[in-house]
Design a protein around this ligand. Structure first.
Ligand SMILES: Nc1nc2c(ncn2[C@@H]2O[C@H](COP(=O)(O)OP(=O)(O)OP(=O)(O)O)[C@@H](O)[C@H]2O)c(=O)[nH]1
Ligand SMILES: [Mg+2]
Ligand SMILES: [Zn+2]
Length: 305
């Protein structure tokens, strides 16, 4: 049975040339039905690809075989490039404190890459049952100084999980990103009733994750709230416009925007710049400097008026 109507839908999964699209719930008869779709052959999305999180218009809907065709792409708000996910409202950078061990340079890269999107970024530390309470509070203090109120999770104490769930239900589309084996899927399984996605212990020898999750996939928490699980990976170097970098570190942009420090040059990079007023006494300054120095961009200073 094919229907002539067009519907708006949300791409929840992508594999090869197929897309799983969940139709909008305005019409209760099609609510929560996922359709396997291909993109209309003649269509040219001006070289834009379709990603998980994209809103699309579908037609040629066959309710029997649960198939449909994607006719067009609705304008997206944002796009995270690695992993590719569209229309995110919140990014949760997830790292474990042990197994795999916390790697501060990795945490920094994940946070910086997330800050680029311009949405709210949160930090979650899993496996706190593997460290002492003292160590946990030192980590909370450390990340507070980085500009983040870390959410800490503990297998044996589900209190923080309940608070996180309350937060996630208020967000439109949250994404979990972080290295392999930190517990992204474990967390999702605990949050979404009935979900039992594959998870795996970290390798006992090298204490690293086994890349258990293979696809980016979006799951609904309610009709208004979604979470995207992603395959874990380690961040290598980041390609970021050097001028953007000061805006990606809360320790820097808070000084500039809230404390009103006035460097001599408006586009001061806060490294060896003449007349720089930035207080550089913060832990991540070393990462910041490395990122600036590794950038090959040429740069020209504009005097402050
Ligand atoms: N001790 C402890 N183990 C945890 C915790 N959270 C997850 N784990 C374990 O960590 C292992 C890896 O969890 P996964 O959920 O598969 O990790 P992932 O981040 O989804 O990994 P990829 O899919 O490979 O990216 C599993 O054996 C979990 O049981 C935690 O809070 N404490
Ligand atoms: Mg996983
Ligand atoms: Zn400066």
């Amino acid at each position: 049975m094919k229907v002539d109507r067009k519907y708006k839908g949300l791409v929840t999964k992508k594999f090869n040339e197929f897309y799983l699209v969940e139709l909008d719930n305005e019409d209760s008869s099609v609510f929560n039905k996922k359709f396997l779709c291909k993109i209309k052959k003649s269509v040219n999305f001006r070289n834009q690809f379709v990603f998980v999180g994209d809103k699309v218009i579908v037609y040629q809907i066959d309710f029997h075989s649960k198939r449909a065709t994607i006719e067009s792409l609705v304008k997206r708000n944002n796009l995270l490039e690695r992993p590719s996910v569209a229309n995110i409202s919140n990014i949760f950078v997830i790292c474990s404190v042990e197994e795999p061990k916390l790697n501060l340079s990795q945490v920094n890269k994940f946070l910086i890459s997330a800050e680029q999107i311009g949405v709210e970024v949160s930090l979650v530390l899993t496996k706190c049952d593997l460290i002492t309470e003292h160590k946990r509070s030192l980590l909370i203090d450390k990340f507070q100084k980085w500009g983040y109120q870390a959410i800490t999770l503990n297998f044996n104490n589900p209190d923080n999980l309940k608070n996180l769930l309350i937060e996630l239900k208020k967000k439109k589309c949250s994404i979990f990103v972080g290295p392999s084996g930190v517990g992204k899927t474990t967390l999702l399984n605990k949050i979404i009733p009935g979900l039992d996605n594959a998870t795996a212990p970290v390798s006992s020898k090298i204490k690293r994750g086994k890349n258990t999750t293979r696809n980016v996939e979006l799951f609904s928490l309610s009709s208004k709230s979604y979470i995207v699980d992603t395959p874990g990976f380690n961040m290598q170097s980041l390609a970021i416009d050097i001028r953007e970098l000061p805006n990606l570190y809360p320790e820097i942009y808070n000084q500039v925007n809230n404390e009103g420090i006035n460097c001599k040059f408006r586009n001061c990079l806060h490294v060896n710049d003449q007349g720089c007023k930035l207080n550089k006494n913060f832990e991540r300054y070393i990462f910041y400097k490395e990122m600036i120095e590794s950038s090959k961009s040429r740069y020209c200073l504009i005097p402050e008026d």
